[in-house]
Design a protein around this ligand. Sequence first.
Ligand SMILES: [Zn+2]
Ligand SMILES: [Zn+2]
Length: 152
Amino acid sequence: MENIFRNFLKRGKYRITPERFEILEAALDYNGHFGADDLFIDLKNKKSPISRATVYNTLELLAQCDILLKRNFGDNITRYESCNTKAGHDHLICLECGKIIEFSNPKVKKLVKEVCEEMQFDFSNYSFNIFGKCKDGHTHHFEFEDSHSDSK
Ligand SMILES: [Zn+2]
Ligand SMILES: [Zn+2]
């Protein structure tokens, strides 16, 4: 991974800094999906002096060289996920509690492949999200709405 990233930075004439590799490591260690702010807070807790802007643009670069996958779960927050954790899974997103459930079904991949072949489309990536309500049974929801907007 480090070499992939280093070569990518070289090719793109980006500066190769230790900060970028610290972010790479933290991103690969992160379990599950994370937003740039999640990772920034994580690094900050580890007393890292890396700035938020560096986290943001480094994650963007990591996504460009396919080390991280970019996910959008319909709430306008870009989330990332390491490409070496369970590759090829898809997501169910609960619209009530925001829970993200992962699933993997080979039929999805097969369908993507079939469609691309049929349409003679040069595949690079796909995104398959199912939105709905999870089985936790939400009776009272959105009570956290206020604190949510305060924290921004
Ligand atoms: Zn839910
Ligand atoms: Zn996932």
